[in-house]
Each structure stands twice: as structure tokens, then as C-alpha cells.
Design a protein around this ligand. Structure first.
Ligand code: NAD
Length: 502
């Protein structure tokens, strides 16, 4: 029996094919366990379970307030199992144990609790402007669940991302099939146990680790699915959109980024230097919001770079399970190769490698996928490392003349997920207003919250997640028009088709 099984229709099971795969600890290259490998047939079975659970109303007919109570119980279940989940998340994804405990578990709890609270807001119809023309009517809006949702998530924040997608889908009354990334399947299957124990009915949540081709494609193309929520690369996002188009599915896409951090010349340097380093090197840069382009004004360029280089050595790269590590490994050999490839390209295209740039192997790191925090200076906007998402610990430092130039460079990208401005709040907020990004932090970085919408401009995505706005993406708005004049005589518009008898 595999260590991490599929969860379909309330039961843990092996894949129909009996196939399994190993998931590896990126700090050591050792196996974390065997995982049942869902194929397209398992995906279809999970969709059928979610379809039946949605159609008989075992979840969607519950009041939002009732669903909210169960989601609060899920939040409590996660909290109760926090140490075990944090340890597993750290081993499977390479999240430092400090991050797993401090960010991943807390976020999962926060989302289930908050979306549970939002669920009851959907119980009451929203009133709409009442009209008397052409006839008097009473109008209101209800928010129905969309139906069967499928969610496909990446490997960088496996538990948080599973919690985000499931909590929003369930709060709105949908059922869901979630496919974690094959690199990081473990904590999502533990979440399935927690949801079952908290009273989520069978079939409402189904979790099927497996590959993108075949399994993931079934989740996007199956006609019994109503909505696809995808988080991953822009490249795969494009394919998802094309596949979903055949059956005109509702689609939300949370894709890649190349976020700019603009430092103004009146920034508090102690705050900005550490903030910039946190913005790029948190979770070894494997974050869609990573602030991978640093924009410095000419006058501050040398001083700021000097201070960055002085501070970057304080980042403690080490095994994810070491409480002293503040930066862990990359998730896989493949990601290591990608990142080292970009570093080589950066030097080739003429950027100056100011620090890092190498794989780290000393002190027992040789079996893991560790890269030193890397900073390139003298980067120009046309260079590949300034344009493409690297998804690793690589910062590109660019130079700007004045605020207009900073805004032009910051917006000069196909992406638009997030950005930051470091400087006096009034000036920084003015710049924030000109940036094309779904989230702009001022003197802050990376903080997400279930109350605030999150998503991308341009090729960083479609739609928003989180906040009430994000929850609404999991609903179908239904307008109900009640004619309140009972007299046939007054309904003159009927006469255009079926004249009244005189
Ligand atoms: P990826 O696009 O390679 O894979 C994401 C998921 O899609 C995985 O579960 C994968 O198995 C699946 N998949 C791959 N091909 C598929 C196909 N043809 N059909 C269906 N599913 C398929 O991304 P990744 O390498 O796992 O993650 C890194 C990317 O995710 C980065 O680009 C990053 O910016 C992005 N990301 C975005 C956000 C956001 O909220 N905007 C958050 C985290 C990560």
C-alpha cells in the first residue's frame, strides 16, 4: 500500500492502474514516501464523485452558515495537527521548518476560518435597484455555486495552495477535485483526512496526486466539470485556457510573475535592504510574487548594492528541517538545472555577478538542491534575467533616472502579479497607483491575507482569488426578476408579439 493514497468519494484508495511514484526530500534527495499516481481514469472517477455530490445537494443545499461551521472545524483540525503537518511540508517541499510552522500552517488555518465566515454572507440575496419601467418589478441577486470545480496547483506552497482553493470552493457550495503537483503531494492528502474527520461529506472534496499530462488534462477537459482553478506557470496556463475553451468552462488562472521592487531615494535603508532581500530570497525565490527585479535610482545605486551585499551573507542556507536555516533548497534537480541555466545566461548577456551564482554542496548539502543567494548588478531591461521568471534565488538589479523611468521599467513586462515600492508612504503610494500589478506592497512584501483579493494583470492571470471578490469567482450570479403588476392589460410589451383581444 502506498504511503499517500488518492482520496475519492470519501475513501482512500490506490490508483486504478496500481501505479505509484516516490516523492523526494529536496534537502537530501531521499524518499519521503510512495504516492498513488492518479491517471486520467482516476481523475474521471473523482469528477463523477464530485458531480454526484454536487447534484444531490449534500453540500450545495446547506446554508452557508452551516458550511461555515464545518470549514471552521477543518481549520481546527489543521491547527491540532500543526506539528506533524509542518514537518511533512518541510520534508516534501523544502520549506524551511521556520516557514512551514510560521507561514504555511497558519495560512491554511486562517483561510478555512475566514472563508467559513464569508460563507454565510452568501445566504442573503443582494437587493438590486427596483424599477418601474416598463413595468414595476422587484429584483434581487443570488450567488449560486458554480458546480464541480477542479483545482490544479504547483509545488511551491502545497498546503497553503490546497487550503486556498478548497476553502473558497467549499465556502461557496461547490464540490472539488484537487490535483497537487507531483513534486509535493503529501500534505494535501493529510488535509483530506482532516476534512473527512471535520464532517465534509463524501465526494465533496477529492484529492488526486498525479502528473499534468493525462491526469491534469482530464480535469480541464472533462465536460462534467464547471470551473477550473489553475495555479502554475504562464506556459501551462495558456494550454489550460485552450483546453477549457472547448466546453467554455469558467477559468481562473494564477500564473507567473517578474515583480519589480522600486526603491525611492527617500527610503529607510535599513527597512528597504532587508525588505528587498526578503522579497526575493524567501523560500529561495520559488514564489510567484518574488521581487526579482530591483529598481534603484542612480544616486542610491552603489550605496544600496553595497548594503545588500553586506546583508545577504546573513541568510542561512541549510537543510529545510534545521531550525536555524532561513533559506532551504530548490524543489528538484530540474529546478536546480533551470536556475543554474539562468545564472549562466545572466553572465553571458553581460550582467555582473555580484554574489552567489553557484550550487552549494559543503556541509552536507551535496545531496540536496541548494543554490547560493545570487545578485546580478548592471542588469538592463532587455536581458533575459530581467524578463523571464526564474523561480529561484536570483535578484536582478536595474538602474533608473527618475520616477517616470522607474514606472516605465517596472511596467515593461508581460507579467503583472505584484510589485513593491520602498520609500516615504505618500510618494510610494503615488507610484503604486501607476504600477500594473494585482498587488502592490508599500514598505512591505509577500503578505497575503484571505480578506484581500490577489491575482494578476496581463499574462500573470485571469480573475482574482481571496477576499470576498475571490470567493465570488466560485459563484454564478443569478438575477431574479419578479413582475409585481398582476394585470395583463398593463403588460403592453406582450402586445408586440401577441396582441390583446379587444
Ligand atoms: P507548472 O505550470 O509546471 O505546473 C503547475 C501544475 O500544473 C502542476 O500540478 C502540474 O502537474 C500541472 N500541469 C502541468 N501540465 C499540465 C497540463 N498539460 N494539463 C493540466 N495540468 C498540468 O508550474 P510549477 O513549475 O509547478 O510551478 C511554478 C509556477 O507556478 C511558476 O510559474 C509560478 O509563478 C506559478 N505560481 C503562480 C502563483 C500565483 O498565485 N500566481 C502561485 C504559485 C506559483
Amino acid at each position: 500500500m502506498s504511503d499517500f493514497q488518492l482520496f475519492i468519494d470519501g475513501e482512500f484508495c490506490e490508483a486504478a492502474s496500481g501505479d505509484t511514484f516516490e516523492t523526494l526530500d529536496p534537502s537530501t534527495g531521499e524518499s519521503v514516501g510512495t504516492v498513488a499516481k492518479a491517471g486520467a481514469d482516476d481523475a474521471a472517477r473523482a469528477i463523477d464523485a464530485a458531480r454526484a455530490a454536487f447534484d444531490d445537494g449534500r453540500w450545495s443545499f446547506k446554508r452557508g452558515s452551516e458550511r461555515g461551521k464545518i470549514l471552521a472545524a477543518v481549520a481546527k483540525g489543521i491547527k491540532d495537527r500543526a506539528p506533524e503537518l509542518a514537518e511533512l511540508e518541510s520534508r516534501d517541499s523544502g520549506a524551511t521548518i521556520m516557514k512551514a510552522k510560521g507561514a504555511d500552517i497558519g495560512s491554511a488555518v486562517f483561510w478555512f476560518r475566514t472563508m467559513g465566515e464569508y460563507a454565510s454572507r452568501l445566504d442573503e440575496p443582494e437587493s438590486l435597484p427596483q424599477t418601474i419601467s416598463p413595468g414595476p418589478s422587484y429584483n434581487y441577486l443570488v450567488r449560486d455555486p458554480v458546480g464541480v470545480c477542479t483545482a490544479i496547483i504547483p509545488w511551491n506552497f502545497p498546503l497553503q495552495m490546497a487550503a486556498w482553493k478548497i476553502s473558497m470552493a467549499l465556502a461557496a457550495g461547490n464540490t472539488i477535485v484537487l490535483k497537487p503537483a507531483p513534486e509535493t503531494p503529501c500534505t494535501a492528502t493529510r488535509l483530506a483526512e482532516i476534512m473527512r474527520d471535520a464532517g465534509v461529506p463524501d465526494g465533496v472534496v477529492n484529492i488526486i496526486p498525479g502528473p499534468g499530462p493525462g491526469t491534469g488534462e482530464e480535469l480541464v477537459s472533462n465536460p462534467r466539470v464547471d470551473k477550473v482553478a489553475f495555479t502554475g506557470s504562464t506556459e501551462v496556463g495558456r494550454q489550460i485556457m485552450q483546453m477549457a475553451a472547448n466546453t467554455v468552462k469558467k477559468t481562473t488562472l494564477e500564473l507567473g510573475g517578474k515583480s519589480a521592487q522600486v526603491v525611492l531615494d527617500d527610503a529607510d535603508l535599513d527597512l528597504a535592504v532587508d525588505g528587498v532581500l526578503y522579497g526575493i530570497f524567501f523560500h529561495a525565490g520559488q514564489i510567484c510574487t518574488a521581487g526579482s527585479r530591483l529598481l534603484l535610482p542612480d544616486a542610491l545605486y552603489d550605496t544600496f548594492v553595497e548594503r545588500l551585499l553586506d546583508r545577504v551573507g546573513d541568510i542561512k542556507v541549510g537543510p529545510a528541517n534545521d531550525p536555524a536555516s532561513t533559506m532551504g533548497p530548490l524543489v528538484s534537480q530540474k529546478q536546480l538545472d533551470t536556475v543554474l541555466g539562468y545564472i549562466e545566461l545572466g553572465s553571458k548577456e553581460g550582467a555582473t555577478l555580484a554574489t552567489g551564482g553557484t550550487r552549494l554542496t559543503d556541509g552536507g548539502l551535496d545531496r540536496g538542491f541548494f543554490v547560493a543567494p545570487t545578485i546580478f548588478t548592471d542588469v538592463t531591461p532587455d536581458m533575459t534575467i530581467a524578463r523571464e521568471e526564474i523561480f529561484g534565488p536570483v535578484l536582478s538589479v536595474l538602474r533608473y533616472d527618475d520616477e517616470d523611468d522607474a514606472v516605465r521599467i517596472a511596467n515593461g513586462t508581460d507579467y503583472g502579479l505584484s510589485a513593491a515600492v520602498w520609500g516615504s508612504p505618500t510618494r510610494a503610494m503615488k507610484i503604486a497607483g501607476r504600477l500594473q500589478a494585482g498587488t502592490v506592497w508599500v514598505n512591505e512584501y509577500h503578505l497575503l491575507n484571505p480578506h484581500y483579493p490577489f491575482g494578476g494583470y496581463k499574462q500573470s492571470g485571469i480573475g482574482r482569488e481571496h477576499g470576498y471578490l475571490g470567493l465570488l469567482e466560485y459563484t454564478e450570479p443569478k438575477h431574479v426578476h419578479v413582475g409585481i403588476d398582476p394585470s395583463r392589460r398593463n403588460k403592453r410589451w406582450f402586445d408586440m408579439t401577441i396582441p390583446r383581444r379587444r
